[in-house]
Design a binder for this molecule. Structure first.
Ligand code: NOJ
Ligand code: CA
Length: 691
């Protein structure tokens, strides 16, 4: 590890004052991004330029509190200080083996000019691919216990960008993306589910990451990093292209309850000359603290199959004894998580080198899932037909890990009561990975999945899991803000409209997976659960289906990053299908990642390297497309074998989704290959050196 901290003056920071305005200017290490920040009259502001083009216009900063005066327009600069940082570090797992963290930082110490003298420090970090800033409130006499009613952080867009967004919902990120001008963000114009616990608090508020494109072709995305004991920031469109921080409230309307000293999460603006550059950025990780876990020996990225899709399509049920009014109800008497069925999955996993088998519906309580009562899950009592001891032993004997499951139904308080016991129980059995779930209204009632109460809860779960050497894959999570760097047992999360929606709704559009790598994917790993081979599953459902070809499904293992990647289909649909070879071989932990090409909502081609092999995945939206693939990322002078899994000329997601061509070709770094992708099609490739 190399660390370099230098105090600069002169070349990195410029100061100017005019008309009551003081500016401090700071550049990215490559000097392409500039931020100017300071006070206008006595209100803090900043703006951002990229290659001398204004990206974010003068945007103001500040806070409102419940029972004290706001901090926003009464400030003076006490000092300003610039430092520079450059270090290369190795994540426990991820998209690349090593990560460079290189930025210039400007710290501005602000103090009120009246007799309250409250202070707040602003930190700006300028990376080569983006800008981050946060507020740091030191311990002080006149600001102790703090109730934030509004964070006034603005992102004033320099232009009416084209944007890809989902609505702010205090409880869910499971939406298809809209592509509109920022000025057209108005939820009332779009068709959102309003039933159940869906909650669209503000017609102009969207969730982050929101990704945008300028007329000149610059891409930017706004999100946050290191969200810890605060509340999730959505963005509300205000007049004049201002996106303003919109924090998810507690039940009583307060946004954040805290005490000095405290720091807000980082607010990030990623900036790139091409769409793929956003995905290649590691800035969100660099803005998190280094690994805090002393023991990481149990942490293991893996592929998994599971007793899962069969419940979603109605082949079996989660509940051992069904109740008609439960969300778990299925028109079948088959309880999926029975010992014999799980053994079949274990056998299949073992035969195909898949490390994990997830089992949902193993524990008592599922017949009440969705009911208004509380406390029906205790997380330690198996149903009578599920012999957990036998199964864990059986799995271990076959080099397979059972992945545990904690569905809370949203009852976070009940889960916290059982938390230690639940993880202790799994640890005693030798289970080292758990999928969590919060499908349902949060109890305590009135709190939200994305509010500070739950952010504390998710962190508590993660820390408890770490105490028992367990990895977490969270569904209905809080958005990722890069905490996997600090807690590498935080493997993956949902927080996306995933594969399951294809089982019981109109489904995900064909372009959905060409958007999420550039939006949701910027926040962190996605447990999308790809790999459906029987794309129409007519045996179980007539209307529902997956809107893609089988080659597209394979490509998702490369295009969507997750250290825990499911092969989601029924195992009988994989038996004897040669396309499964790709899923068997594709790694989940990488040495290098490159986005070769892509346009948001149209297509994307990603290449990832493990040891000496490369894996390439490409997908297209509802339009068929020819993609010219250039292999200049390969070592020159080396011969490679490319095993290609691609659409056939007859493939089509609507009429012929399962046809696939599998072939091998010799290539080198000078090769150029033309691939014809069907509508909602794709290709996947394994490239290995010949010697
Ligand atoms: C929703 C999750 O996303 C899904 O994966 C799970 O099967 C159900 N909840 C039940 O826990
Ligand atoms: Ca957010």
């Amino acid at each position: 590890m190399k660390t370099l901290i230098t105090i600069f003056s002169g070349c990195l920071i410029f100061m100017s004052s005019a008309f009551g305005q003081t500016n401090h200017k700071i550049l990215s290490p490559d000097k392409r991004i500039t931020v100017e920040a300071g006070l206008n009259k006595s209100t803090p502001f900043y703006f951002v330029e990229f290659n001398n083009e204004r990206i974010i216009d003068t945007s103001y900063l500040g806070f409102e509190f419940k029972s004290t005066e706001p901090i926003k327009n009464n400030l003076q600069i006490k000092s300003a200080n610039v430092t520079s940082f450059d270090e290369t570090w190795q994540p426990v797992w991820g998209e690349r083996k090593s990560i460079r963290n290189n930025y210039n930082q400007l710290e501005i110490v602000l103090q009120e000019s009246d007799n309250q003298n409250r202070t707040v420090n602003l930190f700006f970090r300028i990376f080569n691919d983006g800008v981050a800033f946060r507020y740091d409130f030191p311990k002080q006499d006149n600001l102790n216990y703090v109730e934030i009613t509004d964070e006034l952080t603005q992102f004033k867009l320099a232009e009416d960008y084209t944007s890809w967004w989902i609505p702010a919902d205090y409880d869910s990120y499971e939406y298809l993306y809209n592509n509109t001008k920022v000025s057209e963000i108005d939820l009332r114009k779009y068709n959102y589910p309003t039933s159940g616990d869906r909650n669209h608090p503000n017609p102009f508020a969207v969730n982050t990451p929101i990704t945008m494109k300028s007329k000149s072709g610059i891409y930017l995305s706004i999100h946050e990093a290191q969200l810890y004991d605060y509340s999730d920031m959505a963005l509300e469109r205000k007049d004049g292209l201002i996106l303003q921080s919109h924090l998810v409230p507690w039940k009583d309307g307060i946004k954040v309850k805290t005490q000095t000293p405290f720091k807000t999460p980082w607010r990030i603006i990623l900036i790139s000359q091409n769409a793929g550059g956003l995905i290649e950025s590691a800035t969100i990780l660099n803005l998190n603290e280094p690994n805090k876990l002393t023991n990481t020996s149990y942490i293991e990225p893996m592929k998994y199959i599971g007793v899962w899709w069969e419940m979603h399509i109605g082949k079996s049920s989660w509940a051992y004894k069904q109740r008609k009014d439960s969300w778990s109800f299925r028109e079948t008497n088959l309880h999926g998580a029975n010992t014999n069925n799980v053994k079949k999955y274990i056998d299949f996993a073992s035969a195909h080198g898949i490390r994990g088998v997830l089992v949902e519906g193993w524990n008592t309580g599922w017949e009440f899932w969705g009911a208004d009562s509380e406390g029906y899950f205790d997380f330690v009592t198996p149903y009578p037909d599920f012999n957990i001891n036998e199964l864990v032993q059986y799995a271990k004997s076959k080099n397979v890990e059972i992945i545990g499951h904690h569905e809370t139904g949203g009852q976070a308080a009940n889960y916290e009561k059982h938390l230690d016991n639940a993880f202790k129980f799994y640890q005693s059995l030798g289970i080292k990975a758990v999928k969590t779930g919060y499908a349902g209204t949060i109890i305590p009632k009135g709190e939200h999945h994305h509010g500070q109460y739950m952010i504390r809860h998710y962190r508590k779960v993660l820390e408890t899991a770490a105490k028992y050497n367990i990895m977490v894959n969270a569904h209905e999570p809080i958005e990722d803000t890069g905490e996997r760097r600090t807690f590498p047992n935080m493997l993956s999360r949902e927080g996306v409209r995933g594969m399951e929606w294809n089982a019981w709704s109109v489904g995900n559009s064909s372009e959905h997976t060409t958007i999420i790598p550039f939006t949701r994917g910027l926040s962190g790993p996605i447990d999308y659960t790809p790999g459906i081979f029987d794309l129409t599953f007519d045996k179980y459902k007539d209307k529902e289906r997956v809107q893609s070809t089988i080659a597209n499904q394979l490509a998702l293992y490369v295009v969507l990053y997750s250290p825990i990647q499911m092969a989601a289909d029924l195992i009988e649909n994989y038996e004897n299908n040669p396309a499964f070879e790709f899923i068997e071989k594709v790694p989940v932990d990488w040495d290098e990642t490159k986005v070769l090409s892509g346009e948001i909502g149209d297509f994307i081609v990603t290449a990832r390297k493990k040891d000496n092999s490369w894996y390439v995945g490409g997908i297209t939206d509802e339009n068929s497309r020819n993609i010219k693939l250039n292999f200049d990322f390969l070592a020159s002078g080396e011969k490679y074998n490319a095993k290609i899994f691609r659409d056939s000329p007859n493939s089509d997601y609507l009429t012929n989704p399962t046809e696939i061509i599998i072939e091998s070709k010799e290539i080198n770094s000078d090769s150029i290959m033309e691939l014809n992708l069907a509508r909602a099609g794709g290709f996947a490739m394994i490239i290995t050196p010949m010697n």
